[in-house]
Design a protein around this ligand. Structure first.
Ligand code: ADP
Length: 500
């Protein structure tokens, strides 16, 4: 057992802050790292100490493994928490950290390595009777042989890069005629994006749901599951809304998925927090997709329904302590939903919309949590992921949680940039979401930019007119008008407060 007295968080933004808050509560001193773009960021201000890593691009700052380890030695840091993204799933980094005598808050380098390759992961779990999507379990070297296999599986099929991640490196092949061309493209894309051209094929599940299980394991071999997260609302194969529990998972399915996830974790001697991802078809049959060997962006929904602080558990496990609870101690309490607030324009293909947060007022109230890393007036840097915040709500049941989230979104005031907030309201109000009957195709099936266009009700028009008069009056008396770039274009994000 090795006590952690000082922790360096090798990350930025909301996740860096989120980790340091828990560390502080546990009496652990915190060290932030930052790039020149983040010099005034809240995570830097929050930490007890902070180290500048270099210029804004992440390969000159947040990805500099050696510099981060050097900083740990200089500041006598005991442990590094990598957050998510950046170096979090880099087995080489985890090894360097451990070799330097510093605790890596995460699994062993070998677990990261196995689960970092989709093919190695499939092989590792194959002995344990985990259901897997029909497909090849080796990298494709012979295109003709792969074509025969594709015929056997049946079209459509999905070509996946073994080293792929973040929804990148996937290609759907609808019929035999396009197989060769798509395969060549997939291999060269995988090679240039991941430096590894290994690809394999899988049956393409046409109406899939993405449901994942949170696991926690200690170094003594205990592993528990903390139920599921429903992550099917995605754009570009990337999640935007997550919830726990899932509307379609019954207690028996939950138990079966949870136990399968524990087996996956045990297959690679896993310790720490991890997520086992499954794809679920129309018949609610589930298949293992991959394991993410880090804290997930969407972990707060699990924290809300279980009452467990996952970062605290990660830190205790990293100190070598046994899990403080058993499977039977875990219960689901109510329902939690998270929406990811991205600086993206849903009306323009979800393209990043970088700029200054002219207005930034968070929603408040019972059962509402905002994990973010920005303040009003700050610029969203172009160098990193454009996520501004995660808005999480918790209530007694799904219906109440949806209502609470709609209210929280209305109270969230952001101007200066476009965000995914109005889009999230659209999803939460949609009949398919409300009924629970949706899959990962939600956006392509139901969403088009015009869905966010305002249909002004008569009463709203009247109110608008009276507010306009008010503004003119104030102008007459020399009062300054505060304007938001988005103006009144979107009533879903509390337009009344934006006018004056
Ligand atoms: P990544 O590592 O890039 O996140 P995943 O294997 O986790 O890749 O898949 C990401 C998403 O792609 C899933 O959430 C799902 O929406 C879709 N997907 C993956 N495999 C399949 C499949 N066999 N059939 C249909 N959709 C799939």
């Amino acid at each position: 057992m090795q006590k952690i007295n000082k922790l360096l968080v090798a990350n930025r933004g909301e996740i860096s802050l989120r980790i340091m808050r828990t560390a502080k509560e546990m009496g652990i001193k915190t060290v932030a790292v930052y790039s020149e773009a983040d010099i005034n960021a809240p995570h830097v201000k929050f930490a007890d100490e902070a180290v500048c890593l270099g210029p804004p691009p992440s390969n000159q700052s947040y990805l500099l493994a050696d510099k981060i380890i050097e900083a740990c030695k200089d500041l006598k840091v005991d442990a590094i928490h990598p957050g998510y993204g950046f170096l979090s799933e880099n087995a080489g980094f985890a090894k360097k950290v451990t070799d330097a005598g510093i605790i890596f808050v995460g699994p062993s380098p070998s677990s990261i390595e196995v689960m970092g390759s989709k093919l190695a992961a499939k092989n590792a779990v194959s002995k344990y009777g985990i259901p897997m999507v029909p497909g090849t379990d080796e990298a494709i070297t012979d295109i003709q042989a792969a074509k025969v296999k594709a015929e056997e599986i049946g079209y459509p099929i999905l070509i996946k890069a073994s080293a792929g991640g973040g929804g990148k490196g996937m290609r759907i092949v609808k019929y035999e005629g396009e197989f060769e061309e798509q395969m060549q493209r997939a291999i060269s894309e995988a090679q240039s994006a991941f430096g590894d051209g290994a690809v394999f094929i899988e049956k393409y599940i046409t109406s899939p749901r993405h449901i994942e299980i949170q696991v926690l394991g200690d170094i003594h071999g205990n592993v528990v599951y903390l139920f599921e997260r429903e992550c099917s609302i995605q754009r570009r194969h990337q999640k935007v809304i997550e919830e726990a529990p899932s509307a379609v998972v019954s207690p028996s399915m939950r138990k079966a998925m949870g136990e399968a996830a524990v087996k996956v974790a045990k297959a690679c001697n896993y310790f720490g927090a991890g997520t086992v991802e499954f794809i679920v078809d129309e018949n609610l049959d589930f298949y293992f997709l991959e394991m993410n060997t880090r804290l997930q962006v969407e972990h707060p929904v699990t924290e809300m329904i279980t009452g467990k602080d996952l970062v605290k558990e990660q830190l205790l496990i990293a100190e070598g302590q046994p899990l403080t609870f058993a499977q039977e101690d875990l219960k689901i309490n109510g329902h939690a939903i998270e929406v990811r607030v991205y600086a993206e324009d849903p009306k323009n293909n979800f393209l990043p919309d970088i700029g200054r947060l002219a207005t930034y007022v968070r929603p408040q109230g019972h059962g509402i949590r905002v994990d973010d890393g920005f303040e009003e007036g700050m610029d969203i840097p172009i160098y990193y992921d454009p996520m501004i915040a995660k808005l999480i709500v918790h209530d007694e049941n799904r219906e109440k949680a949806i209502q609470k989230m709609l209210r929280a979104i209305l109270d969230y005031q952001i101007t200066g940039i476009e965000t995914t907030l109005a889009f999230c309201s659209f999803v939460l109000e949609h009949e398919a979401f409300v009924s629970g009957n949706f899959d990962t195709k939600f956006v392509e099936k139901y969403f088009s930019p015009d869905k966010l266009d305002v249909k002004w009700e008569e009463a709203e028009m009247e109110l608008l007119a009276s507010l306009a008069v008010d503004v003119l009056e104030k102008k007459k008396f020399g009062l300054k008008r505060v304007s938001g770039q988005n103006g009144i274009s979107n009533p879903r994000t509390n337009w009344k407060n934006r006018l004056i």
